[in-house]
Design a binder for this molecule. Sequence first.
Ligand code: TUI
Length: 315
Amino acid sequence: MSLRTRVTELLGIEHPIIQGGMAWTATAELAGAVSNAGGLGIIGAGHMPTDILREEVRRAKTITDRPFGVNLMLLTPHIDDLVEMVLEEGVPVVTTGAGNPGKYMNDFKNAGIKVLPIAPSVALAKRLESIGADAIIGEGMEAGGHIGELTTMVLTPQLVDAVGIPVIAAGGIADGRGVAAVFALGAEGVQVGTRFMCASECTIHPDVKARVLKAKDRDTVVTGYSTGHPVRVIKNKLTRILEELDRDNKPEEIEALGAGKLALAMRTGDLEMGSVMAGQAAAMVCRIEPAAAIVEDLVSGAEAVLSRMASVVTG
Ligand code: TUI
């Protein structure tokens, strides 16, 4: 059995499982391993310098012959250079986050790149469909990192009703039950981030993996509402300081204090003053295992739930 949808068809992949393009976390090793396992691996660009991202893209090409993608974080100041590099390197798929990729859409389409923007709302998804997006990634606020306002449970069916292109659900999905649940809502694919943080091939600091494994249901918090770019992270000393600044409505100080803190967490393993971005599903991640085992578990778990549900229907 396998899960075949318009998303597997569109992307030329075996399973409709897309790995979230997490900045400072999703490097060529992880993306290549997910693509080799039949999903779609994504390299997270974040604020990465253009030449370093180019090296990541080239390394991914040596790890996998299968399609992979790059996530472009549209708030980064040198985004135009990153886009140009992605066009030059012939990256097959681009996902975008933290903004509207409209300005680049024609260039992506002319280069034959499949474009999967992340949208946290219906209005933005409709606009993106009208300018040529190939699918929409609807990300609920259960997700880690920069988030919108709506939950996956209410965002997904509204997106499915609003657009004709496939919807990929993201936020709070960490096992086959989550995959089956969003398929029930009409999604044709999933994007999973947090669980892939604990893939063996993920190159983040081992202390961060250990922290995710230890996470309980209420261990994440959203900070930075006053900046207009709220982010979900695991609670620590940094988030306690940020919450106070949020209460005092000091967005500039939050931006200043937040700079460089994601790398501090993911690369240095600073769990107290680093920004340990992870979704609510961190509490559901229980082991470190190869990316291929994660893809297999998501798919076989979803298949088991979906066939069990079909057998409940009688008459
Ligand atoms: O982008 C993400 N998650 C991220 S980006 C990131 S790096 C960062 N660090 C500090 C501040 C901000 C970012 C860490 N995690 N997810 C996708 C996502 N996109 N979530 C929300 C959005 C979004 C928000 C507004 C997409 C479009 C949008 O459009 C506004 C507009 O222009 O209409």
